[in-house]
Each structure stands twice: as structure tokens, then as C-alpha cells.
Design a protein around this ligand. Structure first.
Ligand SMILES: Cc1cc2nc3c(=O)[nH]c(=O)nc-3n(C[C@H](O)[C@H](O)[C@H](O)COP(=O)(O)O)c2cc1C
Length: 170
């Protein structure tokens, strides 16, 4: 497991290579194994492959420009009428997506939507309107999926910082 965790990096450049349906399904299965507050499983996932829609998504924030070049983008949204902790649940599902993507030989990056955009907060209504996401849903982030142009460096044990760990009391 730590092997996959070390390989997980934020990748922002993707090959022009389709993501196999089988791999996408494994990634989405991983998302739906994520823990949720009160077991509500209030997330839903919009898989976007349409070039025009991806282009529009890439304009939603200044930090989403590269999204247009990913073969697929998974937008994570969350029904606030049935769920309770949209940021936490969506973000954990995003990490499951990211890790299973790496496990499948793919790459991804957490791209913030909630509170993002210029002016701040503009990205979420823009994405909701673009993708027809219902009013009662929030959007936390989107996860582009694709094959990395170049394998990024892995995380290493050098990043392990014992100084950040406190036993019993801070
Ligand atoms: C909550 C959160 C929001 C992020 N938002 C963006 C984003 O909007 N655009 C982007 O390119 N990367 C975004 N990232 C990725 C971070 O920049 C990245 O995880 C960090 O630089 C560490 O690099 P690594 O993921 O390769 O370990 C986000 C990451 C997190 C956890």
C-alpha cells in the first residue's frame, strides 16, 4: 500500500491516450469504498469526456487550466440534503480515486472547485450549471484522469519528519 501512496503525485500533463473503461470502473469502485460521515454515501460522480465541457471546466479556476488535456475528468459532487460533511466525504473519495488511478497506472490531481475561482466562490456555480448538477448538490473538486506524460518522482522516506509527531501531548 505504501508503495502506491509513494507513487501518488499530482500530475498535470497527460498523454493523448484513452483511459480504458475497465480502469475507470476500478477507479470509481475505489471512490465508492470511501468512508462517509454517518455512512450517507451522498457523493455522486460526473465523468466528463466531452472536449468542449473539459475546456470549459479548465476555465473554472486559474489552477484548473491543465484539466482540458486529460482524457477524462471526474467531478465529485455531493447531495447536502442526504449527507452531512461534503468537504470531508468528497475529499476522501477524491483520494481513493487518486490512489486507485495510480494503482491502475494512471495519474490524477486534486483540483479544487469549492470556494475557488475568480471572484472566489465562482467556480462551483459555474461547474454546476455547465454539468446540470442539481441545486441541492455541492461540488468539492474534480479529478482529471489520464496517463502521465512523464513519470513524476515518487515520494520518499526523506519526507518522513519525526518532528511532526507528538506522543501523548503536543
Ligand atoms: C485540497 C487540495 C486542493 C488542491 N487544489 C489544486 C488545484 O486546484 N490545482 C492543482 O493543480 N493542484 C491542486 N492540488 C494539488 C497540490 O498542489 C499537490 O497535492 C501538492 O502540491 C503536493 O504535491 P503531490 O500531490 O505531488 O504530492 C490540491 C491539493 C489539495 C489537497
Amino acid at each position: 500500500m505504501l508503495n502506491v501512496i509513494r507513487k501518488r503525485r499530482s500530475v498535470r500533463a497527460y498523454l493523448r491516450r484513452e483511459v480504458e473503461e475497465r480502469k475507470l470502473k476500478e477507479v470509481l469502485k475505489a471512490a465508492m469504498c470511501a468512508p462517509t460521515s454517518w455512512g450517507t454515501r451522498a457523493w455522486e460522480f460526473v465523468v466528463v469526456s466531452d472536449p468542449e465541457a473539459k475546456k470549459a471546466l479548465s476555465t473554472s479556476t486559474a489552477h484548473a487550466r491543465f484539466v482540458r488535456n486529460a482524457p477524462l475528468v471526474v467531478v465529485i459532487c455531493y447531495n447536502i440534503k442526504t449527507g452531512r460533511r461534503f468537504r470531508e466525504d468528497s475529499s476522501i473519495a477524491a483520494e481513493h480515486i487518486h490512489l486507485e488511478a495510480v494503482n491502475q497506472g494512471l495519474a490524477s490531481c486534486f483540483v479544487q472547485v469549492a470556494d475557488a475561482g475568480e471572484p472566489p466562490g465562482s467556480a462551483e456555480p459555474f461547474v454546476k450549471k455547465l454539468l446540470g448538477i442539481p441545486e441541492e448538490f455541492r461540488v468539492q473538486c474534480m479529478m482529471p484522469l489520464g496517463y502521465a506524460v512523464k513519470g513524476p518522482g515518487e515520494h520518499t522516506d526523506d519526507e518522513f519528519d519525526p518532528g511532526k509527531i507528538h506522543y501523548e501531548r503536543f
